[in-house]
Design a protein around this ligand. Structure first.
Ligand SMILES: Cc1cc2nc3c(=O)[nH]c(=O)nc-3n(C[C@H](O)[C@H](O)[C@H](O)COP(=O)(O)OP(=O)(O)OC[C@H]3O[C@@H](n4cnc5c(N)ncnc54)[C@H](O)[C@@H]3O)c2cc1C
Length: 389
């Protein structure tokens, strides 16, 4: 099919984008995006564009520092499906037992759809030191509100398949270079460039089909063999399609980007009991991520975040370097049991030639890049099908 893409923003990428920030003279991402090696959709996507080398594998372990007691430990799952690492104390969270992990995973897998992680898992050291930091960053929702089922869906595709599926991965240079530019180049080469700054204002629906799309520069007729993929955030989809029920609670993400002297290599560390949740290092940049959080009234969180970064990487200088704090107010939907129940299927609008796409639709995955890509692939299949029928 011939494809036309209209994007409201001045650039492609949506919530996964990069820009040069003059105040710190660095190219930064709107937020640090962590990928796991079990994200098959992302791997297929990168392979299609010949861009696999633009994402880096950071190794087989997760290192954590605990700001409450100064403890430093690593969690290192073994590669294979048989989880023998659970019975190797040096690979586990100190003070936990291998059986605890299996029991907690069973609790998550069997939790009712209404249960939160806080309700499904007992308040143990394992929950605080491993499940909570992973769940809050994947679901961008505090564990007392986040859906246990949604967390289980992520664990099923990663840790439960073995260490080979739960290795941390990040963009080598920047998100745009790794995940956006390869796709726009591929599309342009096939005559499907992205028209940016082109906001869809309205849809005309007649007899159960979309018949035209309204843009500022005029209307576009939707012909008999055409299909529309509506890949906009949930609130926009609801405003364009009155009556569509969508998840209507969001969560923010707080990121701080510190310009440091270029050092070799990339690294990541988790922080417990701090303001930052994760610290990412790449040449010339140290960035922190705090999920489901935003600066409180008048607060400047930069120094607290830098202190956490130094706790994770003690070789960093004492004096805080130039910083840019970025808060994405509506970073993702809140992944609570109530919002999970509202995630619509691709065909939920009930229109013969319209398919919904986006990380917030019912993908069976958390609202992440992987979910967005899986949703996009399914929407394309649906569009092909509806055009053919
Ligand atoms: C700070 C931050 C950190 C994150 N961290 C991670 C992470 O570590 N790992 C991970 O996997 N995911 C992470 N995510 C989530 C990830 O970015 C999203 O899941 C993914 O980008 C969603 O893609 P999408 O295509 O579904 O939606 P979007 O990226 O929101 O795309 C929707 C597009 O629709 C456009 N649009 C809106 N209205 C209109 C209109 N009327 N007409 C035309 N276009 C319109 C928007 O401009 C936008 O480009 C993070 C998100 C943020 C914000």
């Amino acid at each position: 099919m011939r494809v036309e893409i209209s994007e409201a923003a001045p650039q492609a990428g949506g919530r996964c984008r990069s820009f040069h920030d003059a105040s710190i003279d660095r190219t930064i991402d709107n937020g640090n995006h962590l990928i796991l090696s079990g994200n098959d959709g992302i791997r297929t996507y990168l392979d299609r564009f010949g861009a696999r080398d633009r994402v880096l594998d950071l190794g087989d372990e997760f290192r954590f520092v605990d700001r409450d007691d100064g403890a430093v430990f690593t969690v290192r799952p073994n590669m294979g499906r048989l989880p023998w690492w659970l019975f190797a104390p040096s690979r586990r969270v100190p003070g936990t037992k291998g059986f605890d992990y299996l029991a907690d995973m069973a609790r998550l897998l069997t939790a009712p759809s209404t249960a939160t992680i806080g309700e499904a898992l007992p308040a143990t050291r394992l929950r605080r030191a491993l499940w909570e930091p992973v769940a809050v960053s994947v679901l961008n929702t505090s564990i007392d509100r986040a859906s246990a089922r949604a967390f289980a869906s992520m664990l099923r595709l990663t840790l439960m398949k073995g260490g080979a599926y739960s290795r941390p991965m990040v963009a080598r240079d920047a998100l745009a270079d790794a995940l956006v530019e390869p796709a726009t180049t591929y599309l342009a080469a096939r005559g499907a460039a992205v028209a940016t700054g082109r906001r869809l204002r309205a849809l005309t629906v007649q007899q159960g089909r979309v018949t035209s799309l309204a843009f500022a520069d005029g209307d576009v007729a939707v012909g008999a063999g055409d299909a529309v993929v509506l890949a906009v955030p949930p609130a926009v989809a609801a405003s364009l399609l009155p009556g569509l029920d969508v998840p209507n609670e969001d969560e923010p993400i707080l990121n701080a980007h510190f310009a440091v002297a270029p050092a070799d290599g990339h690294a990541i560390a988790g922080v417990l009991g701090g303001r930052a949740h994760w610290v990412f290092r790449r040449p010339g940049l140290v960035s922190t991520t705090t999920s489901a959080d935003a600066p409180r009234d008048g607060e400047d969180p930069a120094q607290a975040l830098w202190n956490d970064a130094r706790a994770a990487f003690p070789d960093l200088p004492v004096e805080m370097p130039p910083v840019r704090v970025v808060t994405e107010k509506r970073a993702t939907i809140a992944q609570t049991p109530a919002m999970e129940a509202k995630r619509p299927a691709p065909r939920a609008a009930g229109l013969a030639n319209l398919v919904l796409a986006g990380d917030w639709t019912a993908t069976g995955l958390p609202a992440t890049i992987e979910g967005a890509i899986v949703s996009g692939s399914r929407a394309a299949q649906e569009a092909l099908y509806s055009a053919a029928t």
